[in-house]
Unconditional design. Structure first.
Length: 289
């Protein structure tokens, strides 16, 4: 049974959740439209994001594992996505396949709802609901997001620190009846980030360091959501240990206090073939078992 969603993320079918996440982050960094300016990068990024949305959700993954690519009419996910990208209906098709939830979330542009919204309304209640998916950085830092709803295009302001599942009210964009118009309530879904894990207002980011830095300590430069910083790594640190950087996380919308950033240090071992031969011999002789 062909299962091309795994091929999209370049992992095998037995990959763990952590392996799937790592593969997604690697590809997301490579094809992110802000980094990769190739014409096909944005569509590839959307495809990667959609595949991860499915394989990172246990229930959706289980559904897909049962039937494989027969869910896409027997064609590969790449061909299936390519046939719908840009037509505005790929998100709706994936949503119907997996019983709800948004896709296409890495797009920096707006979400095309086509009309009607979700949830409906009953007279005389003219308020209506719809769903948007916004980029992680936009949710964390705030900004503008383009929305296309009921044939109308408009920008909305995203407040910094908004969380997955929160709702935004847009006045005067709901259903119309005579001279009265209701409000539009947008339920926000936040895309996964290739760099950060979010826990409330705290963030965790993996940072690679050399073996020399791990053994003897050093200063390393790290790009946070807000600025470039220099962090002192103490000597003797182990791979997987975390360093806390105060107030470099996400601002709490209510208290206006900043969360913290935790740097998870990953020690990268050098290739023996790249080391000086004399050093290799000394290490063989002197390193403890």
């Amino acid at each position: 049974m062909s299962k091309s969603l795994y091929e999209t993320l370049d992992v095998n079918e037995s990959a763990s959740a952590d392996e799937i996440k790592k593969a997604y982050r690697k590809l997301a960094r490579k094809y992110h439209p802000d980094i990769n300016k190739a014409p096909e990068a944005e569509e590839k990024f959307k495809e990667i994001n959609a595949a991860y949305e499915i394989l990172s959700d246990q229930q959706k993954k289980q559904q897909y594992d049962q039937v494989g690519d027969s869910m896409f009419g027997g064609q590969s996910f790449h061909d299936f996505a390519g046939g719908h990208q840009g037509s505005g209906d790929l998100d709706e098709i994936l949503r119907s396949m997996f019983g709800g939830g948004g896709f296409g979330g890495a797009s920096q542009g707006g979400f095309n709802f086509g009309g009607g919204g979700f949830g409906g309304f009953a007279e005389p209640d003219l308020d209506t609901e719809a769903r948007i998916t916004i980029a992680f950085n936009t949710a964390a830092l705030g900004g503008k997001h383009a929305v296309n709803y009921n044939g109308n295009s408009f920008d909305i302001k995203i407040p910094a620190g908004i969380k997955n599942g929160e709702k935004l009210r847009v006045k005067g964009k709901g259903q119309r009846h005579g001279g009265t118009v209701g409000d539009l309530y947008l339920k926000v879904a936040v895309s996964s980030s290739p760099e950060y894990d979010r826990d409330g207002n705290d963030l965790t980011k993996e940072v690679d360091i050399s073996l020399k830095t791990a053994l003897f300590g050093n200063k390393v430069s790290v790009r946070t959501l807000h600025k470039e910083i220099t962090v002192k790594v103490p000597a003797g640190i182990k791979s997987g240990q975390k360093l806390r950087v105060k107030e470099q996380g996400i601002m709490d919308r209510k208290t206006k206090q900043m969360g913290n950033l935790y740097l998870k240090l990953i020690v990268k071992l050098p290739k023996v073939d790249d080391l000086d031969e004399d050093l290799v011999e000394i290490m063989k002789e002197k390193l403890p078992e």
